[in-house]
Write a protein that binds this ligand. Structure first.
Ligand code: 7RM
Length: 666
């Protein structure tokens, strides 16, 4: 494959994010948006921001009343009495699945809700009426298996409609789902099931990805063997047809559980604050956190951002390429698009099958109008050249989006020119698992775009950049902590089972008043936000969030490993990749011993956490560079991993000579 000129010119290097400092191109909203979008001008945006500043609760209350179908209306908007445990709309009752499905049946029941394409080319459509019936059947099946409101259900599925059906069915009966990404492996799955105390796992025999079958059921069996005592049943969807073993006392087939169930399932009316889902995410400790989201506030956030940021229209075909295992797949696959009654596209497989034109083939085939993906995917596609997208008719596209990591301006320009054909605004959306929905993002009919910037906070979102003392930084281009100064409806409510960790992680500074995002950011002279990346030990590998400590725990769980430290290294396509520094028990391996151990450890991490956590490189030392108090000097390790020369004085280290050993060329 001949490399694209963009690659040769080094335009893809994430370091070019630094070039964003010089970025001065702006793209005003095109005519088809500026006079027509929901928010049509910066004046209108300012008016909304002003409304929220003047009457914060009223601003959200008015929107919650108009966007949500309530069973019982709420009278209290925000309760901050137990801050930072906030509640929103707490005396209201509703059902999220009713808001996503039932509300459309009379007006658009025959509209396609899910347009699914499997990796092997199989296509399936479900209308809103059909989806409603499937969700109801499956909800009844869960109830028949003893699932009650408030019970936790783990979903470990491929990207097939049943994943969304399972999530919606949980919402319908008030059960709390916890989706575990199908790319995670045994240990990750086991930890999440145990932490949530789940009663049921919903999985599939296997899923198709990259021309292979991902053995989900087999991984599940391994996770459940000798652990996870709370699990009563495993529901297994027949998808890939690979051979599996069913434990007759525990396992049931999806198609058998629904066979005799009614297509009507009375919704469970829950209160606004009833947990809708848990989603485990990596932080700076070894143990992932169960981010707990509530029902009404989250639903409101998904609807408003679908309207504001994607300017979603009744006839849109919306494709968010994220897996339902990530928050993006929750808010912009399983909930937001359905709550807005549009058609959503779901694709099961890898973007490279049968070749890197697959995304564009899907866009053409299904006439996608709004396309939302990650910068890492765009960079991978740039690498394969312009000829591929040019083979497809992309004229149905009207809006593009990105999420997951900063997009380097040159990748933005390529996306804009080659995919959007200069016609489509790009919404660069900054948000997190914890924030539930977009926080900082352009409004396509109002905000002039700057490549690489997520632009300005959405109306009602009190985002700011502050210094060590919590004081707002007004100096343009000076970096600081990205914080949110007021609670917002779709925010996380707590970390499952650990309110102390919730407080200590997100509200540790500034008197517990501000939500600390963990990102660094700067604001330019026009007030545009530029995200500078994490300030903690969290990596983004291909847009997937991973904790360095998680990978370290997996490494030290190997019998040959005594100590390990993991850092990120910039990577052209993936944004970052994993580099591990390892101290083994016994003598430091060299030559073929080192090669063999490296292979073994890479496999080990893939098997423990999942292939996304697989180290790109492993370096061995007799020790790790530590301060005299025993703290690992990660900064030095990051420099070594990048192949930089260490200029700083290392003589204050406990063991300065180790730096040279670890940096030895190999
Ligand atoms: C949605 C999601 C959150 C972290 C966040 C950032 C990074 C996300 C952007 C971004 C720059 C963006 N949730 N991030 N979006 N950085 N520009 N538009 O990714 O919980 O998995 O990760 O991702 O560092 O803190 S997440």
């Amino acid at each position: 494959m001949k490399a694209d000129p963009a690659t040769e010119a080094g335009l893809l290097k994430p370091e070019n994010i630094e070039s964003s400092l010089q970025e001065n191109r702006t793209f005003p909203p095109p005519a088809q948006f500026s006079g027509h979008a929901r928010i049509q001008s910066m004046e209108e945006y300012e008016t909304l921001c002003h409304e929220a500043e003047q009457d914060y609760e009223g601003f959200w209350a008015r929107r919650a009343r108009s966007e949500i179908e309530w069973r019982q209306p709420f009278s209290r908007t925000l309760n901050s009495e137990h801050a930072p445990q906030y509640s929103w709309f707490e005396d209201g009752t509703l059902n999220v699945s009713v808001n996503c499905l039932d509300r459309h049946l009379a007006t658009r029941g025959n509209r396609v809700a899910i347009l699914f394409e499997g990796e092997q080319g199989d296509v399936r459509q479900l209308t809103y009426c059909e989806l409603h019936a499937e969700v109801s059947r499956f909800g009844n099946a869960l109830k028949a298996l003893g699932v009650c409101s408030g019970d936790r259900v783990v979903i470990y599925m491929p990207m097939v409609p049943e994943a969304v059906i399972a999530m919606q069915a949980c919402a319908r009966i008030g059960a709390i789902h916890s989706v575990v990404f199908g790319g995670f492996s045994v240990e990750s799955l086991k930890d999440r099931i145990e932490d949530a105390g789940a009663k049921i796992v919903i999985t599939a025999d296997g899923g198709h990805r990259g021309g292979k079958i991902i053995p989900l059921k087999a991984t599940c069996d391994e996770a459940l063997a000798h652990s996870c005592p709370t699990i009563e049943h495993v529901i297994v969807l027949k998808r890939a047809g690979n051979k599996i073993t069913m434990a007759p006392w525990r396992d049931v087939w999806w198609h058998e559980t629904i066979a005799s169930q009614s297509p009507e399932c009375a919704p469970e009316w829950i209160s606004s604050e009833h947990p809708l889902f848990l989603l485990y995410t990596s932080g700076s400790t070894g143990k992932p956190k169960g981010i707990q989201h509530a029902s009404a506030g989250y639903l409101l956030g998904t609807i408003l951002t679908m309207k504001w940021v994607f300017d979603i229209r009744a006839d849109d075909v919306f494709w968010c390429t994220a897996d339902v295992g990530w928050v993006t797949g929750h808010s912009y696959v399983a909930y937001g698009p359905l709550a807005c009654g549009v058609t959503l596209v779901m694709y099961e497989g890898a973007p490279s099958v049968p070749d890197y034109g697959r995304f564009w083939a899907v866009c053409e085939r299904h006439k996608v109008s709004v396309f939302y993906t990650a910068p890492t995917a765009i960079r991978a596609l740039i690498k394969h050249g312009e000829a591929l997208p040019k083979r497809y008719d992309l004229s149905s596209l009207r809006l593009l989006g990105t999420v997951g990591e900063p997009i380097n301006p040159e990748a933005w320009m390529w996306y804009h020119r080659v995919i959007g054909q200069g016609r489509c605004p790009i919404v660069d959306t900054w948000w997190q698992t914890e924030t539930g929905v977009h926080m900082i993002a352009p409004l396509p009919g109002a905000t002039p775009l700057k490549p690489g910037s997520c632009t300005k906070p959405l109306p009602g979102i009190a985002a700011d950049v502050v210094d060590e003392h919590g004081v707002s930084i007004t100096q343009p281009d000076q970096g600081g902590y990205l914080v949110i100064k007021k609670p917002w409806p779709s925010m996380l409510r707590t970390i499952w089972g650990d309110a102390t960790r919730y407080r200590d992680t997100y509200f540790p500074k500034f008197g517990g008043r501000y939500y600390l995002s963990g990102d660094g950011a700067r604001r330019d002279a026009d007030g545009y936000f530029w995200i500078m990346g994490r300030v903690d030990d969290v990596l983004k590998v291909s847009g997937h969030r991973l904790g360095t400590m998680e990978i370290e725990s997996a490494l030290v769980a190997h019998q040959k490993v005594a100590e390990a430290a993991v850092v990120g290294r910039p990577d052209e396509v993936r944004g970052e990749c994993v580099v591990a520094f390892v101290v083994v028990r016994g003598a430091r391996p060299t030559g073929t011993d080192a090669q063999e151990l490296t292979h073994e450890l890479k496999e080990w991490v893939s098997h423990q956490i999942g292939p996304i956590a697989r180290p790109e490189e492993i370096r061995y030392g007799d020790n790790l560079p530590k301060t005299r108090s025993g703290k690992i000097m990660r900064r030095l390790l990051r420099a070594i991993a990048r192949g930089q020369t260490i200029e700083e004085d290392v003589s204050t280290l406990e063991n300065p000579e180790i730096v040279r050993q670890l940096a030895e060329p190999r």
